[in-house]
Design a protein around this ligand. Structure first.
Ligand SMILES: *Cc1c(COP(=O)(O)O)cnc(C)c1O
Length: 383
């Protein structure tokens, strides 16, 4: 990944450059699009098209790659969650579509594991749904799901987020929900890569799955991928742009973004993800090697977790812990000095924020060396 060019616009506005060792985080700009993705967006900017035609054809590409019946380009995984909830409540009924977030006369409860509650579930609620929680922070019983499903249940939600502790496995949730004719809607925003996840949750029986387009897929940061059952995708589409009514109209996707996302998806499917992962490990290893001998620190290479139960563990990363014997600046001071530099360096947290994680997925080539040497200076009290 090359990042060391451009920037004239930011300089004109006086916006500082950030080296992003914190992963695909929206607040630092998400990801850097490959040149062919930007080129596809530029190319798409010259024509008018019928947006229904474009959305249909783009959806067909998503369907092909995910194995789902249908697909839709959304304005991010959070927008996908809004449309999932809306679709399950309104179906294709125009009166219901008009009425939400007032859910009078429709099923409006979404069952969700307590362990799956995340900030982003606001998007289910924004459509008008009420969340019905099951389980506790460490375990969930099958009977709790059975018991929570009732006459007013619109869907069961399943979130692949920061906490998975004690959640029922997705196939079990699907089995129970489907026995009651209730659809299962999934947020798998940060679950790509690995590539297998593109079709995995559909294969496991989910009715709709939402991914971010602007994280590991490297599409426009403002895009997402929604896939699933044909009737539900149609209902989702009717609830949003280009239609002028509907709860999803505020999450519009433009033709250039669709071109960028589809091009990024095609590139993602074609990429040797193992080679990418090896590059991430090498960058992490560079940081580990540079800091390993600093007394009072424990510096480790943490591997990616294939069945991750923690967000952002898609890649190997360097983890820095401060031991009791550490005499230098504390974690907070180190992080602040990294932020205050120019370029500003943003890092991740490790283990309840006691440690620092250098997450390599958004480090341009050579940026791992900048991060390592800056850290070394700050840790030695020389900066
Ligand atoms: C990033 C993330 C989202 C939001 O995705 P966007 O594409 O930025 O809208 C939702 N859920 C989880 C678990 C995420 O990690």
């Amino acid at each position: 990944m090359e990042t060391d060019f451009g920037g004239a616009f930011y300089q004109r506005l006086g916006v500082k450059r950030v080296i992003n060792a914190a992963s695909w985080i929206t607040v630092y700009g998400g990801s850097i699009m490959p040149p062919s993705v930007v080129q596809a967006m530029e190319d798409a900017s010259h024509w008018f098209v019928d947006m229904h035609d474009l959305n249909q054809k783009a959806g067909d590409v998503i369907a092909k790659f995910t194995g789902a019946e249908a697909g839709l380009v959304t304005a991010g995984s959070a927008a996908g969650m809004l449309l999932e909830a809306a679709a399950c409540m309104t179906g294709t009924d125009p009166a219901k579509r008009h009425r939400i977030p007032d859910t009078t006369g429709m099923k409006s409860e979404i069952v969700i594991h307590r362990a799956h509650r995340v900030n982003y579930d606001h998007n289910f609620r924004a459509a008008g749904a009420t969340l019905v929680e099951i389980g506790n922070s460490g375990s969930t019983q099958e009977w709790e799901l059975e018991d929570a499903i009732g006459e007013n249940t619109a869907a069961v939600a399943y979130i692949f987020g920061p906490r998975q502790a004690g959640a029922l496995p997705l196939p079990k949730v699907v089995e129970i929900a489907h026995a009651h004719d209730v659809p299962v809607i999934v947020d798998a925003a940060a679950m790509l890569p690995p590539l297998e996840n593109l079709s995995r949750f559909i294969t496991e029986g989910a009715d709709m799955v939402s991914f971010s387009g602007g994280k590991g897929v490297l599409g426009p940061q403002s895009t997402g991928i929604l896939c699933g059952r044909g009737d539900l995708i149609e209902a989702a589409y009717m609830n949003g742009a280009p239609n002028s009514e509907g709860i999803g109209r505020a999450a519009k996707v433009c033709k250039e973004e669709i071109a960028g996302l589809i091009t990024a998806l095609e590139l993602f499917v074609d990429t040797d993800q193992q080679a990418v992962a090896a590059g991430w490990r090498a960058k992490s290893q560079h940081v580990v090697s540079a800091l390993r001998d600093v007394p009072g620190l424990r510096v480790e290479l943490a591997e990616a977790e294939p069945d991750r139960d923690e967000a952002f563990t898609t890649s190997a990363r360097a983890i820095i812990f401060f031991e009791k014997s550490w005499k230098g600046p504390d974690r907070q001071a180190v992080v602040q000095k990294l932020i205050d530099g120019d370029p500003s360096i943003r890092v991740g947290a490790a283990q309840n924020s006691d440690g620092i994680a250098i997450i390599p997925v958004n480090l341009g080539d050579g940026e791992e060396a900048i991060v390592a040497s800056r850290l070394k200076e700050i840790l030695a009290g020389k900066a």
